[in-house]
Design a protein around this ligand. Structure first.
Ligand code: ADP
Ligand code: CIR
Length: 350
């Protein structure tokens, strides 16, 4: 007999948006619904129910999840992106519109810059609801499209299956490859059939990389040492348009690019720097006042849910939906300029 699906009780100190918005009434309303890919509310909330330290706690199995379970997703999207269910998304990937001269030409603060977007195939379930056969098909189509790129985007696709453990450990430590066994993704069903269908494509310099079948079917990444944010954005936009010549991605006027985690909807873009701010780090209240003002998120240097080391932080745009790609990078750039200015002032007071 199947286990009865009961209303989850969250502890008082649970801060996830799931615990905030999944009222008993909404639960009763949604608990027996499913999408055409058989994705249920139980599946959508599993990550936040298992991981009480989640910030968000929900995942979509397909684009339909966002409407069928809209009573839960809409307020979460509203709070994270300040975006209402009647708003329209807008896109602008024209790098000429970005005003971002290197804010740290001497390389004293910014160690590296990375900009990524998530993309999922049109007419295909998202990772939490995809079958093994569909996932392997995505890998085949993605690796063929990627292996045909040329110029500075030319590279090689490396499946995770059969990858030497030393090589994968080094790629993860050097910030190029996703970690295996993430517990948030595990509960969301995103690690099923691991490692089949997963892999990484990169050029020789590792300035252009694509993750295949992690949280989204593609994570298209441009990164390099230092703070030339515009160059990183230019490489990314060129890569996106080349890949879009070969693959149709899931997109609609309301939610923009469709992703499995609602925080990534819209542009699906996270533009970040690894930046050394040891003095500002001694006053986290002030640090967070600046990051809040510019709509930025602070992460540790080994990615989400990791800690800072040696006063180095991962600073990135928080908003992704209802703002353009250029604005996402501009948010990060403007905030970083301000952070460096304050760090310099604090240095002078030493
Ligand atoms: P995502 O950016 O795809 O949401 P994570 O936060 O997990 O995922 O980060 C993925 C990897 O990218 C981690 O190894 C992280 O340290 C690395 N990373 C993120 N931003 C930068 C950056 N600016 N420079 C170098 N590595 C970065
Ligand atoms: C969580 O809920 O903490 C994870 N599922 C990750 C959510 C995405 N994080 C973010 O803030 N962008």
């Amino acid at each position: 007999m199947s286990k009865k699906f009961l209303y989850p009780i969250f502890p008082k100190d649970c801060k996830s948006l799931l615990s905030k918005y999944l009222t008993k009434e909404i639960f009763e309303h949604l608990k027996d619904l499913k999408t055409t890919n058989n994705f249920t509310l139980n599946m959508a909330i599993a990550s936040g129910v298992d991981n009480l330290d989640s910030g968000i706690g929900v995942y979509a199995g397909d684009v339909e999840s966002y409407s069928i379970f809209g009573k839960l997703f809409d307020p979460i999207i509203q709070e994270y992106h300040s975006f209402s269910k009647n708003d329209k998304h807008k896109t602008n990937l024209n790098s000429d519109d970005l005003k971002a001269a290197n804010p740290d030409p001497l390389g004293k603060y910014i160690l590296s810059t990375r900009i990524r977007v998530g993309r999922n195939f049109a007419n295909m379930p998202l990772g939490p609801a995809i079958s093994k056969e569909q996932r392997d098909g995505v890998e085949k189509r993605a690796s063929e499209a990627l292996n045909s790129l040329d110029g500075n985007l030319k590279g090689t696709y490396y499946p995770i299956s059969g990858m030497n453990e030393e090589i994968s450990k080094k790629l993860i430590a050097d910030h190029f490859l996703f970690k295996a066994g993430d517990r948030f993704l595990e509960s969301a069903g995103l690690n099923r059939d691991w490692p089949s269908g997963r892999g990484i494509f990169h050029n020789d310099e590792k300035t252009f990389l694509v993750w295949v079948n992690e949280e989204d079917q593609l994570r298209i990444i441009s990164m390099q040492s230092g703070g030339d944010i515009k160059e990183v954005f230019e490489r990314l936009t060129k890569a996106i348009s080349k890949i879009e010549e070969k693959i149709d991605f899931s997109y609609n006027d309301h939610l923009g690019y469709i992703t499995s985690c609602p925080t990534n909807l819209g542009t699906a873009m996270r533009a970040s720097v690894h930046i050394k701010l040891p003095n500002l780090a001694l006053d986290m209240k002030r640090f967070e006042e600046i990051t809040d003002k510019y709509y930025l998120q602070i992460r540790g240097i080994h990615g989400e849910h990791s800690q800072s080391e040696d006063g180095i932080y991962d600073i990135s745009n928080k908003r992704r939906l209802g703002v353009t790609e250029v604005q996402c990078v501009q948010d990060m750039y403007d905030g970083v300029v301000e952070l460096i200015k304050i760090e310099k002032e604090l240095e002078k007071k030493l």
